[in-house]
Write a protein that binds this ligand. Structure first.
Ligand SMILES: Cc1ncc(COP(=O)(O)O)c(C=O)c1O
Length: 341
């Protein structure tokens, strides 16, 4: 999105490499292999799931080292910090990006300070502390945590998953893996949860890279899911208003509780360009979805359950008979042990 880099895909070599996101080595903008910070993450299973009788393929991105898809971005962003010789970083997060950045910095020995909203799930806070990162719990909204980190970032490297494009050059591997797992074909539709849009924007970059390399012939339609209680992007998309002006309420989907997404315009542009749309889901629908997923053996966190509440609505809207739909479980259920069952 903000980084000029030309991705290459030597497919015959790629097929013979380890099943990790780094198999797309020539498509990831880190120069030297010795700077790559990796837990052999990625190439998560793409499992079928039946939603109202329709088969959807679901990437199991809650199976990463730290239990969320954020490891894709953290691996590339911290590799970039390492290649720049950085020894200390600061980051702000609703929890999962903080956990991912904390784990990857721990692997390199960098010092890591994470700024979180005070009400972040206790499991995420414990996880970040377990990696010996320093946690700053900031009273008030997610935006207050950003304000606090900005101050700290005046003297330290800001490993921001939102602003730093290297993070998106990690999350883009979601698209590469999906396409390879579909025998180098693009799906018709992807359905993703959206707060700051780091997965959505990364996935879009990934599909564009594959289109430019003539590996796929089209970019899928992007369906973006937001919580009804915090849906600034969905409202801006439909009303064409400035996304920064809307009132928001608390939601159990804490990962997408972003009242002022910094990349709002880019996110809306992607959804429009791909002829997709937004779907919002109510709190009761998120809880129902959490239970529905658990009954099928998928223990997911509420933010990830929101995606499947949206997916159900999308399928009910009436889809094409052969429409190939891909979605993802973005975060593990063990990340949030407070939400009512
Ligand atoms: C589990 C989970 N899913 C989805 C998201 C949304 O990601 P983004 O804010 O980059 O759109 C997050 C963000 O923290 C998350 O933790």
């Amino acid at each position: 999105m903000d980084l000029q880099f030309s991705a290459k895909f030597p497919i015959n070599d790629i097929k013979n490499r380890k099943p990790t996101m780094w198999r797309y080595r020539e498509a990831i903008p880190i120069e030297n292999n010795e700077d790559v910070v990796s837990f052999n993450e990625g190439f998560t299973p793409l499992l079928p799931l039946f939603v109202n009788g329709k088969e959807v393929l679901v990437k199991q991105d809650h199976l990463f080292q730290t239990g969320s898809y954020k490891d894709r971005g953290a691996s590339v962003l911290i590799s970039h910090a390492k290649e720049m010789g950085i020894k200390e970083i600061v980051e702000d997060s609703s929890g999962n990006a903080g956990a991912a950045i904390a784990a990857y910095t721990a692997k390199t020995g960098m010092k890591c300070d994470v700024y979180l909203p005070y009400k972040t799930s206790s499991a995420k806070i414990s996880q970040i502390k377990a990696y010996f990162a320093i946690v700053h719990e900031i009273p008030g909204s997610r935006e207050n945590a950003t304000r606090a980190v900005m101050k700290a970032a005046e003297n330290t490297f800001y490993a921001s998953h939102v602003y730093n494009p290297y993070f998106l050059h990690g999350t883009k591997t979601f698209a590469y893996e999906v396409v390879e797992q579909l025998s180098w074909k693009a799906p018709d539709t992807v359905i993703l949860p959206v707060g700051n849009g780091t997965l959505l924007l990364g996935a879009y970059i990934g599909f564009v890279d594959l289109l430019k390399a003539r590996i796929i012939e089209k970019i899928p339609k992007f369906i973006a899911v937001q919580a009804f209680n915090c849906a600034p992007l969905a409202v801006a998309f439909s009303k064409g208003l400035d996304a920064k002006k809307f009132d928001t309420k608390k939601t159990i989907a804490e990962g997408i509780a972003i009242a002022k997404p910094a990349r709002a315009k880019q996110i809306i542009d992607v959804v429009k360009k791909t002829k997709g749309h937004f779907i919002t889901v109510k709190e009761s629908e998120i809880v129902q979805s959490l239970r529905w997923m658990a009954k099928k053996g998928h223990h997911v966190e509420p933010t990830a359950a929101a995606t499947f509440a949206g997916l159900k609505k999308y399928v009910n809207e009436g889809i094409g008979e052969d429409e190939l739909i891909v979605s993802t479980i973005t975060g593990h259920g063990l990340k949030d042990v407070e939400t009512p069952e």
